[in-house]
Write a protein that binds this ligand. Structure first.
Ligand SMILES: C[S@@+](CC[C@H](N)C(=O)[O-])C[C@H]1O[C@@H](n2cnc3c(N)ncnc32)[C@H](O)[C@@H]1O
Length: 217
């Protein structure tokens, strides 16, 4: 059995893995306060978007980040939530349908973030959390940068390497966190850094996650 599920454009087995564990992932990340940490981050760092913005959640999973976006944005936008896993997308679709707010603005797509169904320079914001860990970082970043319009932003919420919690999550969810210096250098190849945020340690997410906001020149 292979313990790290690094995907390519043509073979990405993380999808079938998440088809089996989507409910378990969702429960784990609900219990650890991920949604509340995202709320607090968005309260303190309003997203750099305006009315009608085109947004992609790349590797949306069960929709926890999509839902946080919906709570944080108080004007009409178009969100696409894309994932490899059909089971995760069904869970995300149900969660969005049951949430108060702008369900009409979310479109779901089954797909691979290494081959995004968007034309060049077409999106205002891409958010991605815990999904680039399943692909070669340079390829994932290049594909995401391709679809973001000049002046648009990437909000990347990676797992921090060299954290015991991340090691635990890596084993549980079969990914490999990318080293921080590689994340920063790949980000710098396509984007200008806006900020790097450490979720505070009293929050469970603080042991494993950061948020990197970057702008495409
Ligand atoms: C750790 S979960 C994160 C889910 C969600 N972003 C969140 O913050 O809760 C990782 C998700 O990435 C998806 N994924 C992995 N590789 C992918 C790829 N190449 N393209 C699209 N989704 C991918 C998996 O199916 C899974 O749903």
């Amino acid at each position: 059995m292979e313990y790290v599920l690094t995907g390519t454009k043509t073979e990405a087995r993380a999808g079938s893995y998440y088809n089996k564990i989507a409910a378990y992932y969702d429960l784990t990340f609900k219990l650890n306060g991920y949604g509340r940490s995202l709320n607090q981050y968005f309260d303190n760092h309003p997203l750099p978007i305006s009315r009608g913005a085109k947004i992609l959640d790349a590797g949306c999973g069960t929709g926890l980040l999509t839902l946080a976006l919906m709570r944080a944005i108080h004007f009409p936008v178009n969100i696409t939530a894309l994932d490899l896993s059909a089971t995760s997308i069904s869970a995300a679709r149900k969660a969005v349908a049951e949430s108060p707010g702008r369900t009409r603005d979310v479109t779901f797509a089954e797909g691979n973030l290494l081959s995004l169904p968007f034309s060049d320079n077409s999106l205002d914001l891409v958010v991605t959390s815990g999904a680039l860990e399943y692909v070669p970082l340079g390829e994932g970043m290049t594909e995401i940068a391709r679809v973001i319009a000049p002046g648009g932003h990437l909000l990347h919420i990676p797992c921090r390497r060299a954290s015991l919690t991340t090691t635990f999550l890596e084993i549980l969810f079969r990914f490999k966190a990318h080293p921080r210096d590689e994340i920063l250098s790949h980000t710098a190849q396509h984007f200008r850094m806006v900020h790097e945020y450490r979720f505070p340690i009293p929050q469970v997410i603080g042991w494993s996650k950061t948020a990197i906001l970057a702008q495409k020149p």
